[in-house]
Design a protein around this ligand. Structure first.
Ligand code: SF4
Length: 417
Protein backbone atom coordinates (compact mmCIF):
# COMPACT_ATOMS: atom_id res chain seq x y z
CA UNK A 1 0.00 0.00 0.00
CA UNK A 2 1.30 3.47 -0.90
CA UNK A 3 0.45 6.26 1.54
CA UNK A 4 0.77 9.94 0.75
CA UNK A 5 0.14 12.75 3.24
CA UNK A 6 -0.96 16.24 2.28
CA UNK A 7 1.70 18.80 3.19
CA UNK A 8 -0.95 21.20 4.42
CA UNK A 9 -2.69 18.75 6.77
CA UNK A 10 -3.55 19.96 10.27
CA UNK A 11 -3.89 23.11 12.41
CA UNK A 12 -3.98 26.41 10.62
CA UNK A 13 -2.50 29.61 12.01
CA UNK A 14 -5.81 30.93 13.39
CA UNK A 15 -6.86 27.75 15.15
CA UNK A 16 -3.38 27.15 16.52
CA UNK A 17 -3.42 30.67 17.92
CA UNK A 18 -6.83 30.26 19.55
CA UNK A 19 -6.04 26.86 21.10
CA UNK A 20 -2.62 28.08 22.33
CA UNK A 21 -4.34 31.10 23.90
CA UNK A 22 -6.53 28.82 26.05
CA UNK A 23 -3.58 26.63 27.09
CA UNK A 24 -1.54 29.77 27.89
CA UNK A 25 -4.31 31.11 30.15
CA UNK A 26 -4.45 27.75 31.93
CA UNK A 27 -0.69 27.82 32.42
CA UNK A 28 -1.04 31.29 33.92
CA UNK A 29 -3.45 29.74 36.42
CA UNK A 30 -6.49 31.59 35.09
CA UNK A 31 -9.95 30.06 35.15
CA UNK A 32 -11.01 30.02 31.53
CA UNK A 33 -14.23 29.89 29.55
CA UNK A 34 -14.65 29.83 25.79
CA UNK A 35 -17.53 31.37 23.88
CA UNK A 36 -18.58 28.25 21.98
CA UNK A 37 -16.16 25.33 21.52
CA UNK A 38 -12.70 26.76 20.81
CA UNK A 39 -12.22 24.21 18.04
CA UNK A 40 -14.33 21.59 16.25
CA UNK A 41 -12.33 18.70 17.51
CA UNK A 42 -13.73 16.49 20.27
CA UNK A 43 -10.31 15.30 21.48
CA UNK A 44 -9.05 18.83 22.10
CA UNK A 45 -12.30 20.13 23.61
CA UNK A 46 -12.44 16.99 25.80
CA UNK A 47 -8.92 17.64 27.08
CA UNK A 48 -9.74 21.30 27.81
CA UNK A 49 -12.95 20.34 29.62
CA UNK A 50 -10.94 17.90 31.76
CA UNK A 51 -8.67 20.84 32.69
CA UNK A 52 -11.67 22.85 33.84
CA UNK A 53 -12.32 25.00 30.76
CA UNK A 54 -16.01 25.87 30.56
CA UNK A 55 -17.81 26.36 27.25
CA UNK A 56 -20.54 29.00 27.33
CA UNK A 57 -23.02 29.93 24.62
CA UNK A 58 -23.61 33.47 25.81
CA UNK A 59 -21.23 35.90 27.56
CA UNK A 60 -23.75 36.22 30.41
CA UNK A 61 -23.18 32.53 31.25
CA UNK A 62 -19.46 33.12 31.96
CA UNK A 63 -18.78 31.94 35.52
CA UNK A 64 -17.55 34.70 37.84
CA UNK A 65 -13.76 35.03 37.83
CA UNK A 66 -13.31 33.35 34.44
CA UNK A 67 -11.48 34.89 31.51
CA UNK A 68 -13.59 34.51 28.39
CA UNK A 69 -11.89 33.59 25.11
CA UNK A 70 -13.50 34.53 21.80
CA UNK A 71 -12.66 31.75 19.36
CA UNK A 72 -11.15 32.13 15.88
CA UNK A 73 -14.61 32.37 14.22
CA UNK A 74 -15.15 35.78 15.85
CA UNK A 75 -18.42 37.26 17.07
CA UNK A 76 -20.82 40.03 16.12
CA UNK A 77 -20.40 43.60 17.27
CA UNK A 78 -23.38 43.19 19.59
CA UNK A 79 -21.67 40.29 21.38
CA UNK A 80 -18.43 42.28 21.68
CA UNK A 81 -20.40 45.13 23.24
CA UNK A 82 -22.20 42.76 25.60
CA UNK A 83 -18.87 41.38 26.88
CA UNK A 84 -17.66 44.94 27.51
CA UNK A 85 -20.94 45.90 29.21
CA UNK A 86 -20.72 42.88 31.52
CA UNK A 87 -17.09 43.80 32.26
CA UNK A 88 -15.90 40.22 31.67
CA UNK A 89 -12.11 39.77 31.33
CA UNK A 90 -11.78 38.70 27.71
CA UNK A 91 -9.12 37.58 25.26
CA UNK A 92 -10.14 37.98 21.65
CA UNK A 93 -8.66 35.09 19.61
CA UNK A 94 -10.65 35.95 16.46
CA UNK A 95 -8.51 34.97 13.50
CA UNK A 96 -7.07 38.11 11.84
CA UNK A 97 -8.45 36.88 8.49
CA UNK A 98 -11.96 36.91 9.94
CA UNK A 99 -11.36 40.31 11.58
CA UNK A 100 -10.55 41.66 8.15
CA UNK A 101 -13.98 40.57 6.87
CA UNK A 102 -15.65 42.24 9.88
CA UNK A 103 -14.02 45.49 8.78
CA UNK A 104 -15.05 44.99 5.15
CA UNK A 105 -18.65 44.38 6.23
CA UNK A 106 -18.71 47.52 8.37
CA UNK A 107 -16.94 49.63 5.73
CA UNK A 108 -19.43 48.54 3.03
CA UNK A 109 -22.26 49.99 5.12
CA UNK A 110 -20.32 53.20 5.78
CA UNK A 111 -19.75 53.61 2.03
CA UNK A 112 -23.38 52.96 1.13
CA UNK A 113 -22.56 49.63 -0.52
CA UNK A 114 -24.59 46.43 -0.30
CA UNK A 115 -22.53 43.71 1.38
CA UNK A 116 -22.73 40.30 -0.29
CA UNK A 117 -21.24 37.31 1.46
CA UNK A 118 -20.65 33.85 0.01
CA UNK A 119 -20.97 31.43 2.89
CA UNK A 120 -23.08 29.26 5.10
CA UNK A 121 -25.50 31.54 6.97
CA UNK A 122 -25.79 29.04 9.85
CA UNK A 123 -22.04 29.05 10.47
CA UNK A 124 -20.88 31.05 13.53
CA UNK A 125 -18.20 32.83 11.47
CA UNK A 126 -20.85 34.07 9.04
CA UNK A 127 -23.18 35.13 11.85
CA UNK A 128 -20.30 37.06 13.41
CA UNK A 129 -19.51 38.77 10.10
CA UNK A 130 -23.14 39.69 9.44
CA UNK A 131 -23.22 41.15 12.93
CA UNK A 132 -20.72 43.79 11.76
CA UNK A 133 -22.81 44.88 8.75
CA UNK A 134 -24.21 48.37 8.95
CA UNK A 135 -26.34 48.39 5.82
CA UNK A 136 -28.09 46.15 3.30
CA UNK A 137 -26.55 42.68 3.11
CA UNK A 138 -27.19 39.25 1.62
CA UNK A 139 -25.63 35.82 2.07
CA UNK A 140 -25.49 33.19 -0.66
CA UNK A 141 -24.33 29.65 -0.09
CA UNK A 142 -23.38 28.95 -3.69
CA UNK A 143 -23.43 30.29 -7.23
CA UNK A 144 -26.97 29.06 -7.81
CA UNK A 145 -28.22 31.17 -4.90
CA UNK A 146 -26.29 34.17 -6.23
CA UNK A 147 -27.87 33.81 -9.67
CA UNK A 148 -31.33 33.60 -8.06
CA UNK A 149 -30.64 36.58 -5.82
CA UNK A 150 -29.67 38.74 -8.78
CA UNK A 151 -32.65 37.48 -10.75
CA UNK A 152 -35.12 38.29 -7.96
CA UNK A 153 -33.49 41.64 -7.10
CA UNK A 154 -32.48 43.08 -10.47
CA UNK A 155 -31.69 46.48 -8.86
CA UNK A 156 -28.67 44.82 -7.20
CA UNK A 157 -27.00 44.50 -10.59
CA UNK A 158 -26.48 48.26 -10.80
CA UNK A 159 -25.91 48.96 -7.10
CA UNK A 160 -22.42 49.34 -5.58
CA UNK A 161 -21.66 45.96 -4.05
CA UNK A 162 -18.90 44.63 -1.82
CA UNK A 163 -18.53 40.88 -2.31
CA UNK A 164 -16.56 38.74 0.14
CA UNK A 165 -16.49 35.09 1.19
CA UNK A 166 -16.51 33.11 4.41
CA UNK A 167 -12.87 32.15 5.00
CA UNK A 168 -13.63 28.46 4.46
CA UNK A 169 -15.78 28.93 1.37
CA UNK A 170 -15.20 26.43 -1.43
CA UNK A 171 -12.61 27.91 -3.81
CA UNK A 172 -14.22 26.41 -6.95
CA UNK A 173 -17.69 27.74 -6.04
CA UNK A 174 -16.17 31.18 -5.38
CA UNK A 175 -14.73 31.24 -8.92
CA UNK A 176 -18.19 30.45 -10.30
CA UNK A 177 -19.69 33.30 -8.24
CA UNK A 178 -17.09 35.70 -9.60
CA UNK A 179 -17.99 34.72 -13.17
CA UNK A 180 -21.65 35.46 -12.40
CA UNK A 181 -20.83 38.84 -10.88
CA UNK A 182 -18.64 39.74 -13.85
CA UNK A 183 -21.45 38.87 -16.25
CA UNK A 184 -24.39 40.40 -14.37
CA UNK A 185 -23.15 43.22 -12.13
CA UNK A 186 -21.68 46.53 -13.16
CA UNK A 187 -20.44 47.89 -9.85
CA UNK A 188 -19.10 45.11 -7.65
CA UNK A 189 -15.92 45.31 -5.59
CA UNK A 190 -14.58 41.84 -4.92
CA UNK A 191 -12.57 40.91 -1.81
CA UNK A 192 -10.78 37.57 -1.97
CA UNK A 193 -11.23 36.60 1.67
CA UNK A 194 -11.01 32.82 1.39
CA UNK A 195 -8.18 32.02 3.72
CA UNK A 196 -4.96 30.73 2.18
CA UNK A 197 -4.90 27.89 4.68
CA UNK A 198 -8.30 26.74 3.45
CA UNK A 199 -7.61 27.24 -0.25
CA UNK A 200 -4.29 25.40 -0.05
CA UNK A 201 -5.83 22.49 1.85
CA UNK A 202 -8.67 22.25 -0.66
CA UNK A 203 -6.38 22.45 -3.69
CA UNK A 204 -3.97 19.88 -2.34
CA UNK A 205 -6.79 17.57 -1.24
CA UNK A 206 -8.17 17.68 -4.79
CA UNK A 207 -4.87 16.83 -6.51
CA UNK A 208 -4.15 14.11 -3.98
CA UNK A 209 -7.62 12.60 -4.41
CA UNK A 210 -7.17 12.70 -8.18
CA UNK A 211 -4.10 10.48 -8.03
CA UNK A 212 -5.06 8.18 -5.13
CA UNK A 213 -7.42 5.20 -4.98
CA UNK A 214 -8.72 6.14 -1.50
CA UNK A 215 -8.66 9.26 0.63
CA UNK A 216 -8.74 9.62 4.40
CA UNK A 217 -9.78 12.98 5.82
CA UNK A 218 -8.89 13.28 9.51
CA UNK A 219 -10.92 15.75 11.55
CA UNK A 220 -13.97 16.50 13.63
CA UNK A 221 -17.33 15.59 12.11
CA UNK A 222 -18.68 19.01 13.17
CA UNK A 223 -15.90 20.92 11.45
CA UNK A 224 -17.03 22.68 8.28
CA UNK A 225 -13.54 22.82 6.76
CA UNK A 226 -13.08 19.08 7.35
CA UNK A 227 -16.48 18.35 5.77
CA UNK A 228 -15.52 20.45 2.74
CA UNK A 229 -12.27 18.52 2.31
CA UNK A 230 -14.26 15.28 2.43
CA UNK A 231 -16.71 16.59 -0.21
CA UNK A 232 -13.89 17.65 -2.52
CA UNK A 233 -12.05 14.34 -2.21
CA UNK A 234 -15.25 12.29 -2.62
CA UNK A 235 -15.64 13.71 -6.14
CA UNK A 236 -12.51 11.84 -7.21
CA UNK A 237 -12.23 8.66 -5.14
CA UNK A 238 -13.71 6.72 -2.24
CA UNK A 239 -13.24 8.94 0.82
CA UNK A 240 -13.44 8.29 4.57
CA UNK A 241 -13.81 10.95 7.25
CA UNK A 242 -12.35 9.73 10.54
CA UNK A 243 -11.91 11.44 13.90
CA UNK A 244 -9.46 8.97 15.44
CA UNK A 245 -6.93 6.35 14.35
CA UNK A 246 -9.13 3.49 15.56
CA UNK A 247 -11.73 4.44 12.92
CA UNK A 248 -9.28 3.67 10.09
CA UNK A 249 -10.80 1.31 7.55
CA UNK A 250 -8.90 -1.73 6.31
CA UNK A 251 -7.45 -1.26 2.84
CA UNK A 252 -6.31 -4.00 0.55
CA UNK A 253 -2.65 -4.12 -0.42
CA UNK A 254 -1.73 -2.39 -3.65
CA UNK A 255 -4.02 0.60 -3.13
CA UNK A 256 -2.69 4.12 -2.98
CA UNK A 257 -4.12 6.06 -0.02
CA UNK A 258 -4.00 9.82 0.43
CA UNK A 259 -4.34 11.47 3.85
CA UNK A 260 -5.35 15.00 4.60
CA UNK A 261 -6.73 16.77 7.67
CA UNK A 262 -8.87 19.76 8.45
CA UNK A 263 -7.41 22.98 9.79
CA UNK A 264 -8.79 22.15 13.23
CA UNK A 265 -7.15 18.75 13.47
CA UNK A 266 -4.23 18.64 15.93
CA UNK A 267 -0.94 17.20 14.70
CA UNK A 268 -1.08 14.58 17.48
CA UNK A 269 -4.15 12.91 15.92
CA UNK A 270 -2.68 13.00 12.40
CA UNK A 271 0.48 11.41 13.77
CA UNK A 272 -1.55 8.73 15.50
CA UNK A 273 -3.29 7.89 12.22
CA UNK A 274 0.04 7.81 10.45
CA UNK A 275 1.64 5.65 13.09
CA UNK A 276 -1.13 3.11 12.55
CA UNK A 277 -0.67 3.28 8.78
CA UNK A 278 3.12 3.19 9.18
CA UNK A 279 2.92 -0.22 10.81
CA UNK A 280 2.16 -1.42 7.30
CA UNK A 281 3.94 1.13 5.17
CA UNK A 282 6.87 2.67 7.10
CA UNK A 283 5.68 6.04 5.92
CA UNK A 284 5.91 8.00 9.18
CA UNK A 285 9.35 9.41 8.53
CA UNK A 286 8.14 10.78 5.23
CA UNK A 287 5.37 12.61 7.01
CA UNK A 288 7.76 14.16 9.52
CA UNK A 289 9.77 15.56 6.61
CA UNK A 290 6.64 16.87 4.96
CA UNK A 291 5.46 18.47 8.18
CA UNK A 292 8.82 20.21 8.57
CA UNK A 293 8.61 21.43 5.01
CA UNK A 294 5.14 22.83 5.55
CA UNK A 295 6.36 24.87 8.51
CA UNK A 296 9.15 26.53 6.58
CA UNK A 297 9.15 30.30 6.61
CA UNK A 298 11.24 32.89 4.94
CA UNK A 299 13.04 35.85 6.39
CA UNK A 300 12.83 39.12 4.56
CA UNK A 301 14.10 42.58 5.24
CA UNK A 302 11.30 44.46 3.61
CA UNK A 303 9.54 47.44 5.14
CA UNK A 304 5.80 47.93 4.76
CA UNK A 305 3.28 50.55 5.76
CA UNK A 306 0.32 49.22 7.76
CA UNK A 307 -2.87 50.24 9.55
CA UNK A 308 -3.78 48.78 12.95
CA UNK A 309 -7.01 46.78 12.65
CA UNK A 310 -7.07 44.86 15.92
CA UNK A 311 -5.37 44.73 19.32
CA UNK A 312 -5.10 41.79 21.73
CA UNK A 313 -3.00 41.43 24.89
CA UNK A 314 -0.39 39.44 22.99
CA UNK A 315 -0.34 40.93 19.50
CA UNK A 316 -1.53 43.68 17.22
CA UNK A 317 -3.17 42.98 13.85
CA UNK A 318 -2.20 45.14 10.94
CA UNK A 319 -3.56 45.53 7.44
CA UNK A 320 -0.54 45.93 5.18
CA UNK A 321 -2.55 46.01 1.96
CA UNK A 322 -1.64 42.46 1.05
CA UNK A 323 -3.58 39.24 1.02
CA UNK A 324 -1.65 38.04 4.07
CA UNK A 325 -2.70 38.94 7.60
CA UNK A 326 -0.06 41.05 9.35
CA UNK A 327 0.58 40.78 13.07
CA UNK A 328 3.04 42.34 15.49
CA UNK A 329 3.83 40.19 18.55
CA UNK A 330 3.76 42.28 21.76
CA UNK A 331 7.55 42.01 22.18
CA UNK A 332 8.08 43.51 18.71
CA UNK A 333 5.94 46.56 19.48
CA UNK A 334 8.16 48.34 21.93
CA UNK A 335 11.49 47.94 23.67
CA UNK A 336 9.77 48.81 26.94
CA UNK A 337 8.56 45.48 28.41
CA UNK A 338 6.25 47.26 30.87
CA UNK A 339 3.89 48.67 28.25
CA UNK A 340 0.79 46.91 26.98
CA UNK A 341 -0.13 46.80 23.27
CA UNK A 342 -3.10 49.13 23.85
CA UNK A 343 -0.71 51.69 25.40
CA UNK A 344 1.42 51.74 22.26
CA UNK A 345 -1.13 51.73 19.43
CA UNK A 346 -4.80 52.24 18.77
CA UNK A 347 -7.08 51.01 15.98
CA UNK A 348 -6.55 53.04 12.82
CA UNK A 349 -2.93 54.03 13.63
CA UNK A 350 -0.70 53.98 10.56
CA UNK A 351 2.93 53.03 10.84
CA UNK A 352 6.04 51.76 9.08
CA UNK A 353 6.91 48.19 9.93
CA UNK A 354 9.67 45.72 9.26
CA UNK A 355 8.77 42.29 7.92
CA UNK A 356 10.33 39.72 10.25
CA UNK A 357 8.94 36.55 8.78
CA UNK A 358 6.38 35.54 6.19
CA UNK A 359 4.53 32.27 6.25
CA UNK A 360 3.16 31.78 2.76
CA UNK A 361 1.44 28.54 3.66
CA UNK A 362 -0.69 30.19 6.33
CA UNK A 363 -0.76 33.60 4.69
CA UNK A 364 0.66 35.55 7.62
CA UNK A 365 3.36 38.18 8.01
CA UNK A 366 5.12 38.77 11.32
CA UNK A 367 6.06 42.40 11.69
CA UNK A 368 8.14 44.58 13.99
CA UNK A 369 7.44 48.16 14.99
CA UNK A 370 10.19 48.55 17.55
CA UNK A 371 12.94 47.82 15.05
CA UNK A 372 11.74 50.51 12.65
CA UNK A 373 11.34 52.92 15.58
CA UNK A 374 14.82 52.03 16.76
CA UNK A 375 16.28 52.80 13.32
CA UNK A 376 14.58 56.20 13.35
CA UNK A 377 15.69 56.76 16.97
CA UNK A 378 19.28 55.95 16.05
CA UNK A 379 19.27 58.64 13.35
CA UNK A 380 17.96 61.18 15.86
CA UNK A 381 20.54 60.24 18.46
CA UNK A 382 23.38 60.54 15.94
CA UNK A 383 22.05 63.94 14.97
CA UNK A 384 21.79 65.02 18.63
CA UNK A 385 25.40 63.96 19.23
CA UNK A 386 26.59 66.10 16.35
CA UNK A 387 24.58 69.09 17.59
CA UNK A 388 25.51 68.61 21.25
CA UNK A 389 21.81 68.43 22.00
CA UNK A 390 20.33 67.06 25.26
CA UNK A 391 17.75 64.26 24.90
CA UNK A 392 15.31 63.01 27.50
CA UNK A 393 14.47 59.30 27.89
CA UNK A 394 12.83 56.91 30.33
CA UNK A 395 14.79 54.62 32.66
CA UNK A 396 13.42 51.13 32.09
CA UNK A 397 16.00 48.90 33.74
CA UNK A 398 18.74 49.07 36.35
CA UNK A 399 21.68 46.93 35.27
CA UNK A 400 25.16 46.25 36.56
CA UNK A 401 27.12 49.47 36.19
CA UNK A 402 24.29 51.76 35.18
CA UNK A 403 20.81 52.01 33.80
CA UNK A 404 19.08 51.34 30.50
CA UNK A 405 17.21 54.33 29.16
CA UNK A 406 14.64 54.07 26.43
CA UNK A 407 14.65 56.81 23.83
CA UNK A 408 12.44 56.42 20.72
CA UNK A 409 12.58 52.61 20.97
CA UNK A 410 16.38 52.62 21.39
CA UNK A 411 17.83 50.97 24.49
CA UNK A 412 20.64 53.20 25.66
CA UNK A 413 23.15 52.32 28.35
CA UNK A 414 23.93 55.15 30.76
CA UNK A 415 26.91 54.31 32.99
CA UNK A 416 26.40 54.92 36.71
CA UNK A 417 29.36 57.28 36.63
FE1 SF4 B 1 -7.99 31.72 10.29
FE2 SF4 B 1 -7.89 30.50 7.98
FE3 SF4 B 1 -7.62 29.11 10.15
FE4 SF4 B 1 -9.97 30.12 9.57
S1 SF4 B 1 -8.87 28.56 8.42
S2 SF4 B 1 -8.96 30.19 11.55
S3 SF4 B 1 -9.39 32.00 8.61
S4 SF4 B 1 -6.20 30.70 9.43
Amino acid sequence: MKVEVAKTAGFCFGVDRAVSTVYRLLEEGKRTATLGPIIHNPQVTGDLAARGVVTVNDPAETPKGCTLVIRSHGVSQAVEEKIRALDIPCVDATCPFVKKIHQLAAAAGDQGKTFLLAGDRDHPEVQGILGHCKGENFTVKNNEELVNLLKNNPDLREKPLAFAAQTTFHAGEWEKCLETLKKLCTNAAVFATICNATARRQKEAKTLAQRCDRMIVVGGRDSSNTAKLRDICAQYCETYLIERADELPVFSAGLSVGITAGASTPASIIKEVLATMAEVTNNEQNFEEMLEESLKSFNTDERVHGVVVGISPTEVYVDVGRKQAGFIPANELSNDPSVKPEDVVKIGDEMDLLIMKTNDQEGTIMLSKRRVDAMKGWDEISQALENNEVLEGKVIEVVKGGVIVLYKAMRIFVPAS
